[in-house]
Design a protein around this ligand. Structure first.
Ligand code: SF4
Length: 146
């Protein structure tokens, strides 16, 4: 009974940890725009938290720079299971504009999924808040099946 209660709480009020790994901040701005009254993602029970230990979902924005690799792995391991990882924006998915003409950028370790398992991908440069909300809803659906 306790486990089903925990699952219900997780699905009806998922807590999200936002992690910026590089990039231009465009995706961060659109992610935070989902919280403003116009989009109001909190109506779905979603809450941004400041500690990965309290989160159910991790949002990764931007390409992963080499300096951020240990921090990303640490954050990933700190989020309790079951967890969902959402990669937001072309940079988080493919390193986007930072890998010009497909050349490797010496400062980057790669896109997020090269380092940690990514469950939901939201493409765009940057994706609109509506697309981010749709992706988060999909992540919640996945969370309910874990
Ligand atoms: S996908 Fe576009 S908006 Fe998002 S961090 Fe990369 S360059 Fe910036």
């Amino acid at each position: 009974m306790f486990l089903s209660l925990k699952k219900k709480a997780r699905v009806h009020s998922p807590w999200i940890y936002h992690f910026h790994t590089g990039g231009c901040n465009g995706c961060d701005i659109e992610t935070f725009a989902t919280l403003i009254p116009r989009f109001d993602i909190e109506r779905f029970g979603v809450k941004l938290v400041s500690s990965p230990r309290h989160a159910d979902i991790i949002i990764v924005n931007g390409p992963v720079t080499k300096q951020f690799v240990p921090m990303l792995l640490r954050v990933y391991n700190q989020v309790p299971n079951p967890k969902i990882v959402i990669a937001i924006g072309s940079c988080a998915l493919t390193c986007g504009v930072f890998n010009r003409n497909g050349e490797e950028n010496y400062a980057l370790a790669g896109p997020a999924e090269k380092l940690i398992p990514v469950d939901v991908c939201i493409p765009g440069c940057p994706p609109k808040p509506e697309a981010i909300i749709q992706g988060i809803m999909y992540a919640i659906q996945k969370l309910s099946s874990l």
